[in-house]
Design a protein around this ligand. Structure first.
Ligand code: NAD
Ligand code: IPM
Ligand code: MN
Length: 347
């Protein structure tokens, strides 16, 4: 039976990298005998332009009935004064689909240490997974926006913490067995609940070694000793910030992909970068993060591990060839880079 993918190209470089990801999905599926169908829908700024809403109802309906959803990126200065921001559509989509678990892997492959602006001996061997809580915390708390004061409420329930912590414990158990839970328990009440909830679960996962680290110290250690981490578990805002930082371990924000998963239902797969208005429309974007997200879509969204492996191998080989985009020192455009990865997928 064929699997159905909804593509939300979005804004800025979103459509540029999404096009490449779809080409890769088609090439890998055809090489592995997997049958895929695709549809597209307006979302983010494109949703505002088309229907006056960042998440049009028809787009949400299509997302609910898809087997997996692929997103390019949303946002941009064009919508700064719009009645709703494009990003609000993304938060609504994550929340409506119940996508509380955001997985953001960071890996430095042997021979690719030079892509990082950090010293090669520091990043060598880095292989970590950020498990970011995605539907709670400051992002979804009550907001008050006045002219003199404003506030964003940060709330977490023990159940919300436990369900994302279980995802992280299981991930660590299938990897090197090390889990670092990141919080700010020296200051924040939500972090103290976070820490005690994670501690309570630890005895259920005897093969996992748990430690806790404050987010500020984690930010430092991520770039000084990245290979010390296996799985990082953290709340929504900390995970957002730490994952952009972690991208420099691999080399560029354009390299990282992500999977957002719930309990059943379609997952959402997207590069971690944004719409990059500064390079949009110039064929400069690195589509690697989108390609890596396409592989995650196949692996976690559709259970097609062989097609996912094929994409990951082709991407790695392309990066190793040195024929890359400008953000990691090459001179290829987004399209040419994508076309070369697709050629590798077909062969
Ligand atoms: P950004 O991630 O768009 O860009 C940050 C910097 O990284 C820019 O210099 C950009 O050129 C560079 N960059 C990003 N992706 C790249 C790629 N694939 N190849 C090469 N260089 C790349 O972050 P920003 O500029 O802070 O935000 C721009 C807009 O994107 C905002 O509206 C923001 O809200 C939105 N955003 C959306 C998502 C998403 O849709 N998931 C994620 C992050 C930011
Ligand atoms: C991300 C983005 C989003 C987030 C924004 C665009 C809402 O930065 O996916 O990392 O903060 O989650
Ligand atoms: Mn982000």
């Amino acid at each position: 039976m064929s699997k159905h993918i909804l593509v939300l190209p979005g804004d800025g470089i979103g459509p540029e990298v999404a096009r490449i990801a779809v080409d890769c999905l088609k090439a890998a599926a055809s090489a592995e005998g997997v049958s895929l169908t695709f549809d597209e829908a307006p979302f983010g700024g494109a949703g505002l332009d088309a229907c006056g809403k960042p998440l049009p109802e028809e787009t949400l309906d299509k997302a609910r009935s898809a087997d997996a959803v692929f997103l390019g990126a949303v946002g941009g200065p064009k919508w700064d004064d719009a009645p709703e921001r494009p990003e609000k559509g993304l938060l609504a989509l994550r929340s409506e689909l119940g996508l509380f678990a955001n997985l953001r892997p960071v890996k430095v492959f042997a021979g690719l240490e030079g892509l990082s602006p950090l010293k090669a001996d520091r990043v060598a061997g880095a292989d970590l997974l950020i498990v970011r809580e995605l539907t709670g915390g400051l992002y979804f708390g009550e907001k008050r926006e006045g002219r003199e004061t404003a506030s964003d409420l940060c709330t977490y329930s023990a159940d919300e913490v436990a369900r994302i912590a279980r995802v992280a414990f299981r991930a660590a158990s299938g990897r090197r067995g090390k889990l670092t839970s990141v919080d700010k328990a020296n200051v924040l009440a939500t972090s103290r609940l976070w820490r005690s909830t994670v501690n309570q679960l630890a005895p259920e996962y005897q093969d996992v070694t748990l430690d806790h680290m404050y987010v500020d110290a984690t930010a430092m250690k991520l770039v000084t000793h990245p290979s010390a981490f296996d799985v990082i578990l953290t709340e929504n805002l900390f995970g957002d910030i730490l994952s952009d930082e972690a991208a420099v371990i691999a080399g560029s924000l354009g390299l990282l992909g992500s999977a957002s998963l719930g309990e059943g239902g379609p997952g959402l797969f997207e590069p971690i970068h944004g719409s990059a208005p500064d390079i949009a429309g110039q064929d400069k974007a690195n589509p690697s993060g989108a390609i890596a997200s396409a592989a995650m879509l196949l692996r976690f969204g559709l259970g097609e591990a062989r097609a996912a492996d094929r994409i990951e191998a082709a991407l790695q080989a392309q990066l190793k060839s040195g024929r890359t985009t400008a953000d990691i020192g090459g001179s290829l455009g987004c399209r040419a880079f994508g076309a070369e990865v697709c050629e590798r997928l077909a062969s």
